[in-house]
Design a binder for this molecule. Structure first.
Ligand code: SAH
Ligand code: SF4
Length: 374
């Protein structure tokens, strides 16, 4: 039987032998599947809950379904988007996984345990949205790999469910800060947010989700119109166009003069404070006059600056000395900006921001179909 399935998005380089993944279907899509199988529609919600709320790893685990139906589904769909082929645990509790997807692409995903200021336990999962990245930021290990392909919605959400399945604490927060540029894979990113927050699914609060972008202005403006309450993080890293264009080629397409108004509009539209991420690079962007320029660039309301220690990659940068980072932060706070220095997690297993690389395993196509810089 051939099914006309409303799959949210499909891999550009999928293996012909791999079955479609059920996690790529939303509730409506599952409804269409059960309709075409002659099954009652309530089955769709049952299966949606089993996959997205319980994180079932196989059709056999969907014990609420009759066995013949489980078999029929197993003939048509996979439940998992990929398999964990390696994992590492940092001395600070951060866990990193290398996941092999159905077509052989490999991505990294990270879970970071923490305690909130009020003592609640948190588990943040840092998800990848692409295999590789086309943005070529000079300080980032993922950027040095090039772009292979977009991830599907199911491949994004399954990174979160994967950590929930291993018997420990369930993820409470999701940050789109792994490999890739989430807003270059816009439809899958937004669909993944909706799945993660679905009340019949993982039921995460939108306020516990952060989407980080190198600065795709049209997509930031589109995200502001999605009626979502997710936090937007802008990877800024420089207070002027000359330095930012050196570090981040995307700045040649969308300069600060366009980016900051788009980010400000996002904050105003959603009422959410925008995070500005700023890696402290020794002798590049950490002078006192650059702090003053940054303070003049950003609105004081609904902005927060995260000063990030540079995590080692193959690039020829050095981290700013801690005293200089503190002075930089103090200049920002004296000027009325909210600013903190962020602790790096998982560095000993190369799981910190910017270090995700899937060591040479990500197969890069010669002509990226993703959104590059052109
Ligand atoms: N592509 C998106 C999200 C993934 S990168 C973006 O660029 O925002 C997640 C964060 O890691 C970004 O803020 C990025 O600037 C930061 N990052 C990249 N390389 C880093 C490095 N070597 N040290 C510290 N942070 C880094
Ligand atoms: Fe891509 Fe973000 Fe790395 Fe830049 S910092 S190369 S946008 S993953």
């Amino acid at each position: 039987m051939s099914l006309d399935l409303p799959i949210l998005n499909v891999p550009s380089a999928g293996s012909p032998t791999a079955l479609p993944c059920a996690l790529d279907l939303d509730l409506q899509g599952l409804g269409a599947v059960f309709g075409s199988l002659g099954e009652p529609r309530y089955r769709a919600r049952q299966v949606f809950r089993a996959l997205h709320q319980r994180g079932a790893a196989s059709w056999d685990e969907c014990s609420e379904l009759p066995t013949p139906l489980r078999r029929a589904l197993a003939d048509r769909f996979r439940v998992r988007s990929g398999e964990t082929v390696a994992q590492a645990r940092s001395e600070d509790g951060t866990r990193k996984r290398l996941v092999r997807l159905a077509d052989g692409q490999e991505i990294e995903t990270v879970a970071i345990p923490a305690t909130s200021p009020r003592g609640a336990r948190r588990l943040s999962v840092c998800v990848s949205t692409q295999a590789g990245c086309a943005m070529a930021c000079t300080f980032c290990a993922t950027g040095s790999m090039g772009f292979a392909r977009h991830l599907t919605t199911g491949e994004i959400v399954d990174q979160v469910y994967g950590f929930g399945r291993d018997g420990g604490a369930r993820p409470t927060h999701v940050v789109f800060m792994g490999m890739g540029e989430p807003l270059a894979n816009y439809a899958a990113t937004v669909a993944a947010i909706r799945l993660l927050c679905h009340l019949d699914g993982a039921g995460l609060s939108q306020r516990r989700i952060t989407v980080s972008t190198s600065g795709l202005v049209p997509e930031i403006r589109a995200l502001a119109e999605e009626s979502l309450e997710v936090t937007l993080a802008i990877s800024l890293h420089a207070p002027d166009d000359a330095v930012r264009s050196e570090l981040m080629p995307i700045n040649r397409r969308y300069s600060l003069g366009e980016l900051i108004p788009a980010a400000t509009a996002y904050g105003e539209r959603t009422g959410r404070r925008v995070s500005y991420e700023y890696i402290m690079l020794d002798g590049v962007n950490d002078r006192p006059d650059q702090a003053d320029r940054l303070a003049a660039l950003l609105p004081k309301r609904l902005s927060h600056v995260n000063l990030i220690p540079y995590n080692w990659t193959d690039a020829a940068y050095q981290a700013s000395p801690p005293a200089r980072a503190r002075e930089f932060r103090d200049r920002l706070t004296r000027a009325g900006l909210s600013a903190t220095i962020r602790a790096s997690r998982g560095r000993d297993i190369a799981a910190a921001c910017g270090q995700l690389k899937a060591e040479n395993r990500c197969r890069v196509s010669p002509s990226p179909s993703g959104r590059g810089l052109g």
